[in-house]
Design a protein around this ligand. Structure first.
Ligand code: MSP
Length: 527
């Protein structure tokens, strides 16, 4: 739908607690959600948990609890709280153990069976429990160390298991040609380009039918026409994107509104699960006669020692460890700015500390404190009326107009780091402007009053634009900045429109500003 924007994260496995790799995808989805809301679009931001399958079943058994108890406990103690930790503004949270999901999944597969896309068959081959994936021979690597001589999963570096099961197959092979022509006609449906190329080469190798059910797994959604099988966990999980917006109501015609309003979605996924989202899921949608996803964007990995950060490899860092020290805004800013969204990147404590101090505390935080201190000292806290603009002022005005537009465009291509950099360029330019215009020198001579007022207005109005542009990145700090500027007269910050963020002259003259605590306090060890 034209003015709606439906964005999803993958639903996360609850075999363990979240690490910063999971929080990374959620942060990106949150930033994009907030940005699109500030374009006046009706946004639906979905995240959730993937609770069925062998991995979760085994984790529960190892801890002597039922799978349901295990899931309830982890969702409530870890997965829901992490959303608050990183300040996520999700509109919904789906669990694959929700009734709304189970019903939708069963209705969907019954429909595919009725449409002739499900057959009976036998699967014999490798399976990676870490990925919950039937592997193709070309997907595997030789094991090293204790796994020498064994076929291993390249992501989990652990041996695959060999399965022999009678189960049901989804007729994936029937969709090869249709998917290739769809993507050739709409290359922007898979981004970035490297992901597009990977999917196209996979599609061109040919597709094989794939198991859609499991006969040796107990923890799952029952196949509607066979009590002895459960639906393969990925073919249950992918459907969350539809069941969360009431696919059941859409399918039986009882309530089509929500599905029709929001479908199709933008899916943010890690590059490890691209094939599921850009091949299997669209094939399922074609089989059901539903429109294909608006975009599948595959982002890079957070690496530790050159490998994907993961709990199973004991390299996971919990989001709390970082947020407790730096705050949620700095967490969001750091991960979204320091790593290009489509590429891998490494986290380091040194890097986040350095950027916090340079870009947030000394950059933006200091600019805001200096402005409110000067307005208190020279203007009785009020935003003064600007006089004639000189070239130095006009440069700032022009930079804001142009960078606000460029940041908005960067968001359209999911280039989040670049969008943030455009705003940071404004912060740097205004800091330099403050140094060069030296309002404290102007203030020494009453003859400079008009110039002093103009300079202070330029700084205040620049901070108004910066607050708006940075709001999706750092909701808390920018809300505080909005209050400092007295900009609440313009309405709440989240209701500002990105489209007009760069338009000059919005902060009303005479507005009372307020000195507050610093936006980014100095870090504990430095204090
Ligand atoms: N449950 C499946 C997804 C089903 S979606 C229908 C799954 N879950 S997962 O918990 O293993 O990982 C989900 C997502 O977490 C990844 O695709 C990725 O978005 C994110 N990440 C997990 N580890 C990550 C990194 N080390 N770095 C960046 N993102 C990572 O796969």
């Amino acid at each position: 739908m034209a003015n709606s924007f439906y964005i999803t994260t993958p639903i996360y496995y609850v075999n363990d607690a979240p690490h910063i790799g999971h929080a990374y995808t959620t942060c990106a989805a949150d930033l994009l959600s907030r940005w699109h809301r500030m374009r006046g679009e009706e946004v639906w931001f979905l995240t959730g948990t993937d609770e069925h399958g062998t991995k979760v079943e085994r984790a529960a058994a190892a801890n002597n609890v039922t799978p349901q108890q295990w899931c309830d406990n982890l969702v409530n103690s870890a997965w829901l709280p992490v959303l608050a930790t990183i300040d996520a503004s999700n509109d919904d949270f789906i669990r694959t153990t929700d009734d709304r999901h189970k019903l939708g999944v069963q209705a969907f597969w019954q429909r595919l069976k009725d449409n002739g896309f499900v057959t009976q068959g036998k699967y014999e081959g490798p399976y990676c429990v870490g990925c919950e994936e039937f592997k193709l021979p070309g997907d595997l690597v030789d094991g090293t160390g204790e796994y020498q001589g064994k076929d291993c999963c390249p992501i989990h570096s652990k041996p695959v298991e060999i399965l022999q099961e009678n189960n049901y197959f989804f007729a994936l092979s029937k969709f090869q040609a249709e998917l290739i022509s769809h993507y050739e006609a709409n290359p922007d449906r898979i981004q970035p380009e490297s992901a597009y190329n990977e999917v196209m080469s996979f599609l061109k190798q040919g597709l094989q039918d794939i198991s859609m059910s499991r006969s040796t797994v107990g923890w799952g959604i029952q196949v509607p026409w066979d009590n002895d099988q459960v639906i393969y966990v990925w073919f249950d999980a992918l459907l969350n994107y539809a069941t969360a917006i009431n696919y059941s109501g859409y399918a039986d015609g009882s309530n089509k509104a929500q599905f029709e309003k929001f479908w199709p979605a933008v899916h943010l996924v890690g590059k490890d699960i691209l094939r599921f989202h850009a091949v299997y899921w669209p094939a399922m949608l074609l089989a059901a006669g539903l429109p294909l996803p608006r975009t599948v964007y595959a982002h890079g990995w957070l690496l530790v020692g050159g490998e994907k950060m993961s709990k199973s490899k004991l390299t996971g860092i919990s989001p709390n460890q970082i947020v407790d020290h730096f705050g949620s805004d700095a967490f969001r800013y750091y991960f979204m700015r320091a790593i290009n969204f489509g590429q891998d990147g490494s986290f380091s404590w040194e890097d986040i500390s350095a950027r916090y101090t340079a870009e947030l505390a000394n950059g933006l935080g200091n600019l805001a404190s200096r402005l409110t201190a000067m307005l208190e000292k020279y203007c009785d806290t009020r935003v003064p009326a600007p006089g004639e603009y000189l070239p130095a002022d006009q440069q700032i005005i022009d930079l804001i107009a142009s960078n606000a537009k460029k940041a908005d465009e960067a968001i359209d291509s999911f280039d989040i780091a670049t969008a943030i950099t455009f705003t940071k360029e404004i912060v740097d330019a205004v800091n330099l402007y403050v140094t060069e215009q030296a309002p404290w020198v102007l203030a020494k001579n009453e003859a400079n009053r008009a110039r002093l007022d103009t300079v202070l207005y330029v700084i205040a109005e620049s901070l108004r634009a910066i607050a708006v542009l940075h709001h999706p990145v750092m909701p808390k700090a920018t809300t505080l900045l909005w209050q400092m500027l007295g900009a609440t007269a313009l309405g709440s910050i989240k209701d500002q429109l990105m489209r007009s963020a760069g338009e000059w002259g919005q902060l009303p003259v005479g507005t009372i500003t307020e000195k507050k605590e610093s936006l980014f306090p100095r870090l504990a060890e430095e204090a």
